[in-house]
Design a protein around this ligand. Sequence first.
Ligand code: SF4
Length: 97
Amino acid sequence: MFEPPTRELVWQDLAACREFSVESFYPPTDQDGDEAKAICFTCSVREQCLEFALAAGERFGIWGGMTPQERRYLIARRRRAAQFPGESEEETTLTMT
Ligand code: SF4
């Protein structure tokens, strides 16, 4: 009996954006990313997606509900929090923007 190859489920398999046009996630400007961000905010793997994008240094597109500029800001906040622990109460994980 034939058994299809199996593979482990990865977070991308659960991505809410799988049902939507990829163009929505690469808007011409950050200000045009609201549609994609709204989808991200319903996504069960948002945190994994964001951490993947941060680790990969993704420079384009909406990932984890954040624009490239918002991701750069988050990275800067995390670096500052690592340098000066306890100094800032600012969020260094997922934020709803
Ligand atoms: S957080 Fe957004 S970009 Fe990431 S997998 Fe979910 S819907 Fe796609």
